[in-house]
Design a protein around this ligand. Structure first.
Ligand code: M6R
Length: 609
């Protein structure tokens, strides 16, 4: 949602804060701000709009001298994205400044209480209330005031706090929202995301729910909710700063599309040992698997689509029924979940509020939870019984690509693993399907190579369309869902996906002369059926862009344009078929001059309900 950072050390704080914010801008880009401790005073600068405005306002990071400070990049929740509502927020006496990611649910009640005690507020935010609350509890002990104030807060949030009386200290608080402490030499940091830290240090501490970090240049002390110091493990970040940079690509999204063969390989290869699938540090026995009566996959957005694709692989290989549920709906459904349910929670960021709430709801009802997550140490990874990490490296573009395909391959590996344990296939078939999964990186590369030149030209034809329909059946429908989401979120063209057989039940009324229809035709057993649907829309004047393999003569003959992908085992085909659709969305958005990595109104991780 928002990104927060804190620094204290021997270097000038402002350039480090701005650099860290630039790496977290994908988390929110409505406004940005910093607070730096200068000569016993807190100096604040903020600017609405992109971070660049703040960089210019602070003379490229030279305007505020000082060796400790906090910074924020905002995705607005409470109050419009203007300078007043931008963070940091300052207490009435100017002694405290605070940055905040998340939501304080009881802020209205606290605000009323503070107003009755004479506090006045300048912004519409929930954050400003926290600054005033700390001020009201301060009697010279910074930590005690922070702890007292935090004990009054309800919600999920991470906070960064500075106090004018303690110029070398920055305080970080994590309550069901990520905060990572970075350990340097003569300097220390905290941030919402390791990407803000890796160019300074790879040694990090992941704060657990309810923990506080008192960070000084030469010392970090982590406390639990009741203020007792806790021993923390120092983890080493496995990737370098280059992974979080564009590396010559025009956009992070294009870089991340191109990284998919390597990312998918990284997700698969370490999990295959001696021809067998090994699921990290856990094993599900045949007996445990037999007790599972159903699997519920729950997630949001593209991760939900990964679930829709994965369902076909799990059901067809294991014959365990699978339900795929939108996490934002899940907890309001009174879901039928018990100890015989395995929940698979899918989340690139591991922080999505709705997905986390679905996990907790499933847990409450007795399900065991397997999480598929990319961000190491994230909240969902910590809450689950078992975790499969995607190992995709940092994903910076708001529109997910490698996050999605690595989720898919982990669902495929799980499906094949469970099928083998349940003796649903013989050794020969197991080895054949494992070979198919192992060949996905090569096929994904092939899908990039086959379409890399064609799609930019096709984008010229599609970029000024008002609406694009995506159709497919079964696994192809699941891919169409993701293709349409990619198109709308970055190009702002209205795009909808339909199960191809459903068109005639209403939607076909929208098909007219020149209406673009993208037909996904990679599911071999249903090609004839989809071919009929192509004829139906063509008869109404649609222009059809088909996505299929070269051998598929009938569809090639009917379509106006064709994108090719290599033939792939049907249940695993979404991992390959989605690639041209990602590229299509990318080049259409580029032709429309859209801000591809930071689409309007969106943020990378959605930590509010
Ligand atoms: O981090 P998560 O995988 O939980 O995020 C879920 C969705 O917010 C995410 O997939 C979103 O739909 C992307 N912007 C799609 O590109």
């Amino acid at each position: 949602m928002c990104g927060i950072i804190g620094y204290t050390g021997s270097q000038s704080a402002l350039p480090i804060l701005l650099d860290g914010l630039s790496r977290m801008e994908y988390r929110g880009y409505d406004s940005a701000g910093v607070a730096v401790l200068c000569d016993g005073k807190i100096e604040v600068e903020k600017a609405h709009g992109r971070l660049q405005n703040l960089i210019e306002k602070t003379g490229d990071g030279h305007a505020l001298p000082g060796f400790a400070g906090i910074g924020h990049t905002r995705w607005a929740t409470h109050g419009a994205p203007n300078d007043i509502n931008s963070h940091p927020h300052v207490s009435g006496d100017g002694r405290f400044a605070i940055v905040h990611n998340g939501i304080i649910e009881n802020f209205a009640e606290l605000k009323a209480e503070l107003e009755a005690r004479g506090h006045t507020f300048v912004s519409e935010t929930d954050t400003e209330v926290v600054a005033h609350l700390i001020e009201s509890y301060y009697k010279g002990d910074f930590k005690a005031a922070v702890m007292k104030a935090v004990s009054r807060l309800e919600g999920a949030y991470a906070l960064g706090i500075v106090c004018a009386d303690h110029p070398g200290t920055v305080f970080g608080v994590s309550k069901a929202a990520p905060l990572i402490v970075g350990l340097g030499i003569g300097e220390n940091f905290f941030a919402s995301d390791v990407t803000a830290l890796v160019s300074y240090t790879k040694n990090v501490i992941y704060l657990n729910d309810g923990e506080f970090a008192e960070v000084r240049s030469d010392d970090v002390v982590v406390y639990n909710e009741i203020g007792r110091p806790v021993e923390k493990t120092v983890s080493r970040v496995a990737w370098s700063i280059e992974a979080a940079e564009k590396g010559g690509y025009e956009h992070f999204m294009l870089k991340e599309i191109m990284e998919q063969p390597a990312a998918v390989k990284e997700a698969i290869a370490p999990r295959i040992k001696g021809g067998e699938i090994v699921l990290d540090d856990f094993e599900l026995s045949a007996e445990e698997l037999k007790k599972i009566r159903k699997i519920v996959i729950t997630a949001c957005g593209s991760a939900y689509h990964a679930g829709c694709c994965g369902r076909y692989a799990i059901e067809s290989l294991t014959r365990i029924p699978v339900e795929v549920k939108l996490a934002s709906e899940f907890r309001y459904e009174d879901p039928i979940i018990d100890e015989h349910t395995l929940m698979i929670i899918v989340s690139q960021s591991g922080e999505t509020a709705d997905t986390k709430a679905a996990l907790e709801e499933g847990r409450r009802r007795g399900a065991s939870v397997l999480a598929i997550v990319n961000v190491v140490g994230s909240t969902i990874a910590r809450l689950a019984d078992h975790v499969l990490y995607e190992w995709a490296g940092p994903e910076i573009a708001v529109a997910t690509t490698k996050g999605f395909t690595t989720q898919l391959v982990l669902l495929y590996l799980f499906a094949l693993y469970a099928a083998k344990k349940l003796k649903k296939l013989d050794d020969f078939e197991y080895a054949r399907l494992l070979g198919e999964i192992c060949s996905l990186p090569k096929r994904i590369q092939n899908a990039i190579d086959l379409n890399g030149q064609v799609i930019p030209r096709l984008a010229e034809k599609y970029h000024n369309k008002g609406s694009i329909f995506f159709i497919g059946r079964n696994t192809d429908y699941a891919v169409a869902l993701e293709g349409a989401l990619k198109m709308k979120e970055i190009s702002y063209i209205h795009a909808e996906s339909y199960a191809a057989g459903e068109l005639k039940h209403g939607t076909i009324a929208l098909i007219d002369d020149g209406t673009p229809v993208v037909a996904v035709c990679c599911n071999e057993s249903l090609l004839e059926k989809t071919a009929n649907n192509i004829l139906e829309v063509k008869a109404r004047g649609a222009e059809v862009l088909a996505l299929s393999f070269r051998e598929n003569r009938e569809i090639i003959a009917q379509a106006d344009d064709v994108l090719f992908v290599p033939k792939t085992e049907t249940v695993f085909s979404p991992a390959v078929a989605v690639i041209p659709l990602q590229l299509l969305a990318y080049y259409v958005a580029r032709a429309n001059g859209c801000d591809i990595d930071k689409p309007k109104n969106l943020a990378k991780s959605v930590t509010v309900e």
